[in-house]
Design a protein around this ligand. Structure first.
Ligand code: SME
Length: 181
């Protein structure tokens, strides 16, 4: 049964253990539920509470959520999806010219781990508080990018290879486990 307890993380877990719990909870939530709005909303909650259960820098995460293909222009533009954090940019172009970290991840199909957003050409400052960022593409069948996971942190070097590894696993689960428009 879906329950708010899924967002509770013990305060003494390692980052890897916290991500393992996120994956396990997400797997459970996706059983018998393939609606992408529903699933991305619950996973945004899991991520937000997971990061905030950890020590710095993870607990300095100030935005965690998703952009999906914009149905009005699915070959050129992302649109804001479910998230936790402050109000964010509504659309982001990824073709013919990719904009920002999110647009680059969507255009290349590759994870973008950005230790310092001020050093990333074209970074889109939705929130001036964000200092580092990781963006992971979500691919449906056939490798088609259908969405991205975006997590921002208010300090530099907020993310490392552990974040990449587990967010890529999460992206794999979501890509397979949701019906995408
Ligand atoms: N900083 C992102 C834009 C999205 S917000 O961070 C939520 C980028 O450069 O693509």
């Amino acid at each position: 049964m879906v329950h708010a307890d899924a967002s509770n993380f013990a305060s003494d877990l390692s980052k890897e253990e916290v991500y393992r719990q996120v994956l396990e909870q997400a797997e459970g939530l996706l059983i018998d539920q393939r609606n992408w709005v529903c699933n991305l909303s619950n996973v945004a909650s899991l991520l937000w509470h997971a990061y905030h259960s950890l020590p710095s820098p993870s607990n300095k995460v100030n935005w965690a959520g998703f952009y999906t293909l914009d149905p009005l222009s699915p070959t050129t533009r992302l649109i804001l999806g479910p998230f936790q954090g402050k109000v964010a940019c509504q659309t982001i172009a990824f073709a013919p010219v990719a904009r920002g970290v999110c647009g680059t991840a969507a255009a290349t199909g590759e994870t973008q781990l950005v230790p310092d957003v001020e050093a990333f050409p074209g970074h889109i400052a939705c929130d001036g508080d964000s200092r580092s960022e990781i963006v992971v593409p979500i691919k449906a069948g056939g490798g088609r990018v259908v969405a991205i996971i975006d997590v921002d942190c208010a300090v530099v070097d907020g993310f490392d290879e552990t974040d990449r590894e587990w967010l890529e696993k999460l992206a794999g689960l979501l890509g397979e486990g949701c019906d995408w428009p």
